[in-house]
Design a protein around this ligand. Sequence first.
Ligand SMILES: Nc1ncnc2c1ncn2[C@@H]1O[C@H](COP(=O)(O)OP(=O)(O)OP(=O)(O)O)[C@@H](O)[C@H]1O
Length: 452
Amino acid sequence: MTNDNWAQVSEELKQAVGANNHTTWIAPLRFEGLVDGVARFHVPTTFHGNYVLQNFGDQILTQLARAGITVQRLIFAQSANASAAPRPAAPQPAAPALAAADDEDATPSATLDPRFTFDRFVVGKPNEMAHAAARRIAEGGSLGFNPLFLYGGVGLGKTHLMHAIGHELKANQPHLKVVLTSAEQFMYRFITALRDKRMMDFKQLYRSVDVLMVDDIQFLGGKDSTQEEFFHTFNALIDAGKRIIISADRAPGAMKDVEERITSRMGSGLVVDLFPTDFELRVGILQAKADYYRAQYPGIVVQPGVFEFLAQRISNNVRVLEGALTRLFAFASLVGREISLEMTQDCLADILRASDRKITVEEIQRRVSEHYNIRLSDMIGPKRLRSYARPRQVAMYLSKKLTSRSLPEIGRRFGGRDHTTVMHGVRKIEELKATDSQIADDLELLRRALEE
Ligand SMILES: Nc1ncnc2c1ncn2[C@@H]1O[C@H](COP(=O)(O)OP(=O)(O)OP(=O)(O)O)[C@@H](O)[C@H]1O
């Protein structure tokens, strides 16, 4: 890892830890070196070092792993001369290799994030299907599908589920060679292999795995030769009966600049959508994460109503929710007070302001009518022509998925229609989504535009 790598990782940590925490705790760290999996940082005070290790250690390790930098341990210490060479690290336990031990060196796999296990994944309606499919793969045995394609918006748990599969396989079937990589890392390794004329090694490496997991596959869009190579790897593994799990931020058919033969191959197994979280799931996630924080900050009390308040006000991505909780616990431990609603509002004012934007049924109707080029009055009005009815059903479907309105409430906003009409519309679009790629693309596009 170079200073530049660290600068980039540090920048990415900003989102995870929040701008204030970043300025106070992360920015003063000075990277000194990486030796034998131990990254060493100079810190202004010992307290600073302990605080960072305790509160942000996990996040720093995760972000480093995401950047493809394998670090097993972090040391934060004051050094007499901050630019001195890194000191040799104390002997470490074996690295948590994801693949079988005999090919540790060669395996191009990311380090598993210890936080991303099935135990710590909270299941609710929006993600139950994705969770069940991931569990099936992790259990091993024969599957009725291959590959598994997980997709959904930012921070909904795709990466978490992939790591959880990795943990489970590592524990129960350690002989399997499991590789978890981001599409970006795959491309990087492919280009390096081309440059170093080591393509045979590259091919052999990826084609010898038992389980291949590729995160954020949309990144391959427009990278033609990498796509080609991925396609061959993919086919070779599928033909050999090996398992593949892919994640993306959109459905296979909605992927931009990825060849159709590839997207149709990727969509030929089980395609599962992770829906935006609903209120219950957000409360569940907050409770689960808080249990974890309580172990780190014993004695901190969260007053009733705080989780519900946060789940109501922060409805976009789980990462933001986590960042909010991290900040609250850190603050409460510093000032030695209970986490009250008042403290939550003060301490998270910036996050709450940014999350205030809520998707409304009216906004969905407006966007959908623009998209299909029909008048808003026709979308809401009584006309039954297919050219109005289908966009209306799309808007009903999105209203159900992206807002917390009930079916009768949605019906009222669609010209006083009955809730059974809305239910029928939602079901119809659900069916079409699986069979009609145009509808799937439209939904994806609209969802992204609305969630921006
Ligand atoms: N259901 C859940 N239960 C517990 N934690 C969750 C859940 N969903 C998401 N998270 C947490 O939210 C954070 C973001 O999740 P993750 O990185 O898996 O998102 P993602 O879908 O891969 O998004 P991106 O494509 O932006 O990386 C992680 O810390 C993860 O643990």
